[in-house]
Design a protein around this ligand. Structure first.
Ligand code: NI
Ligand code: MN
Length: 232
């Protein structure tokens, strides 16, 4: 599989069988993003919550590519009312697209649809676990603070191989909390996200890497530049 970071919390995950999944497609207004909306052709778009820096260009990309939109129940109703094909889920549930199983998990954050003139309720913010065809699991935490179920549910039950964790502080975990999250989740590979997009969430990913490796020396912290792809 290939994992391309598009900056902020936007990732494109390409499965071995060719399924292209776009997570939190904040592209056109994302100062860190190096690709254009027109260059993305996903089969599936997963949105962790309704905030503009995650919802992003989801509808425009879905409209152009015919991608299926996945979000919580409230977001899926919103998508459907805009005439888009969508699939609603909720915390603890799974849904399969081709041979990739998607599980919606908790995130400790808020979620409204905040880019409309009238702010609409957006249900609960979430994270996703993608179980790829070969069995590898990728956890995208969305926006979240540290919470205990990262250990008891995400770590002990789902056991993701790769975890994408926000480290920007202010709206999410900071490096210190994210390093604890990394230990609780127990993934062998950690990718920091949601930092350095704006001055307000400026962080040094190498500092985060040191914090993680001080706790668990065998954990690999994969620091990508926006636009860069990790392959395995
Ligand atoms: Ni948010
Ligand atoms: Mn955010």
């Amino acid at each position: 599989m290939n994992i391309r970071w598009l900056g902020h919390s936007a990732f494109e995950i390409k499965s071995d069988e060719g399924l292209k999944i776009l997570v939190d497609p904040f592209i056109s207004n994302n100062p860190a993003c190096t690709v254009a909306v027109e260059d993305l052709h996903p089969d599936l778009i997963c949105v962790t919550h309704g905030h503009a820096d995650h919802f992003g260009d989801a509808m425009e990309i879905a409209d152009r590519s015919g991608a299926l939109l996945i979000g919580n129940h409230e977001l899926s109703i919103f998508f459907a009312r805009q005439g888009m094909e969508s699939r609603g889920m909720n915390i603890g549930g799974s849904s399969t697209v081709q041979n990739v199983k998607i599980t919606m998990v908790d995130a400790t954050h808020s979620s409204d649809i905040d880019f409309m003139e009238e702010i609409a309720a957006g249900g609960s913010a979430c994270g996703f676990i993608f179980e790829m065809e070969g069995g590898k699991k990728i956890y995208h935490a969305g926006d979240t603070g540290l919470f205990g179920d990262m250990k008891t549910i995400i770590g002990d039950i789902y056991k993701p191989d790769i975890a994408m964790l926000p480290i920007g502080d202010r709206f999410t975990m900071a490096p210190h909390e994210a390093a604890i999250a990394a230990e609780w989740i127990g993934s062998t590979k950690i990718m920091p996200m949601h930092y350095n997009t704006f001055p307000i969430i400026e962080q040094d990913p190498e500092y985060f890497k040191n914090l993680v490796q001080n706790r668990m020396e065998d954990t690999e912290v994969i620091i990508l530049n926006p636009g860069q792809t990790y392959k395995e």
